[in-house]
Design a protein around this ligand. Structure first.
Ligand code: DAH
Length: 340
């Protein structure tokens, strides 16, 4: 079958020609001769078409394999020369590209700043497990069994009955329990910067994995003023402006009473910055007496405040980032822009 021999010869010649091509022009010359519109491949194709039907059954796969092998050899040659810039000889006297130092991820950086502000106010940095019992994540926080927040729509459930914590408020449950058991002594001033998980469709403003900051204070005679003072100190520290104002609006969270949503603004910020005018930032409130009781703390003696905010949202505002997927996308071209 002479055509089979021709195909084998074609394949071998293509391999040799492309592998041996020393520059881009040589690759192109070989491509035109072999795979071009008037190249050898066209004559082979015509010969294949003219072959008797009973031979075509065997020749078809041979033809395809030879053509594909030639095309692969061509692409390999292109890739090989692309690695060498313009295909010229390698200049070993060129200085090597400088090592690029790594940098801290913008979220880690902001998280550390948050921790620094809180430790300066006497808080301890704490955390709890990501895989959490629903008792700590929900029940002890006054979120009953039939509450919509427990819906499988929002929560990743593990096969052993635990879930991935949906908020860092779960850490409150654990620390109130430790205090109730006498394994920690009150008062308590704690802050968590931790990862949380929600079963959510990912888009520019939602991710299934994000970071929350949770603060909680349990002491005697705590008031909303303490809460406002703490938040103001935090936000002044993070935003780096002295005119930061906070505004509380009533809101419902099962584990606080009263509960608030907090808006911030800083009129001295440039008008294009989101918090130049009021911007909603976080939820907070006075810890619900039942939540303290659930941990074994007597609410007649102790009370406190708690708050929670999303770190990504804060980082997006700070850096003018419009897509939350930047943070966990792992694209260094994005992340390097925030390195300093
Ligand atoms: N856990 C709430 C959430 O994930 C945020 C939150 C609101 C935390 C009010 C608090 C609080 O501590 O008091 O949406």
């Amino acid at each position: 079958m002479p055509l089979a021999d021709d195909l084998a010869a074609f394949q071998g010649d293509a391999a040799t020609a492309f592998a041996g091509a020393a520059d881009v022009a040589a690759v192109e010359t070989a491509r035109i001769a072999l795979l071009g519109r008037q190249g050898r491949i066209v004559a082979l194709q015509e010969a294949f078409r003219a072959a008797p039907p009973e031979e075509k059954r065997n020749l078809g796969p041979l033809f395809n394999a030879a053509k594909q092998a030639a095309e692969t050899a061509w692409k390999d040659a292109q890739a090989r020369l692309a690695d060498q810039g313009d295909g010229g000889p390698l200049d070993i006297t060129q200085p090597a590209p400088a090592h690029r130092p790594g940098s801290i991820h913008p979220l880690s950086r902001l998280g550390r700043e948050v921790e620094r502000v809180f430790t300066s106010m006497g808080f301890s940095v704490v955390d709890g497990p990501h895989a959490e019992h629903d008792d700590y994540n929900f029940t002890r926080l006054n979120i009953p069994q039939d509450h919509p927040a427990r819906d499988a729509q929002d929560t990743f459930w593990l096969t052993d009955g635990r879930c991935l914590r949906t908020h860092t408020s779960s850490v409150q449950s654990r620390f109130y329990e430790l205090a109730g058991q006498g394994r920690l002594t009150l008062p308590l001033r704690s802050v968590v910067v931790g990862r949380v998980f929600r079963y959510e469709a990912v888009d520019a403003t939602h991710d299934n994995t994000f970071t929350q900051v949770e603060g909680f204070v349990v002491d005697r005679g705590i008031t909303v003023s303490h809460l406002v003072g703490t938040l103001t100190t935090l936000l002044k520290g993070l935003i780096g402006r002295d005119d930061v104002e906070v505004r509380l609006r009533p809101a419902y969270y099962p584990f606080v009473e009263p509960g608030f949503d907090v808006d911030i603004r800083s009129p001295s910020a440039p008008p294009e910055v989101r918090y130049h005018d009021w911007m909603e930032l976080l939820g907070c409130g006075m810890i619900h007496p039942q939540v303290l009781r659930n941990g074994g703390i007597d609410p007649a003696e102790w009370n406190g405040f708690a708050f929670g905010l999303g770190l990504e949202r804060l980082a997006m505002v700070r850096h003018g980032i419009s897509d939350i997927r930047v943070f966990h996308g792992g694209d260094l071209r994005s992340l390097r822009q925030f390195a300093y």
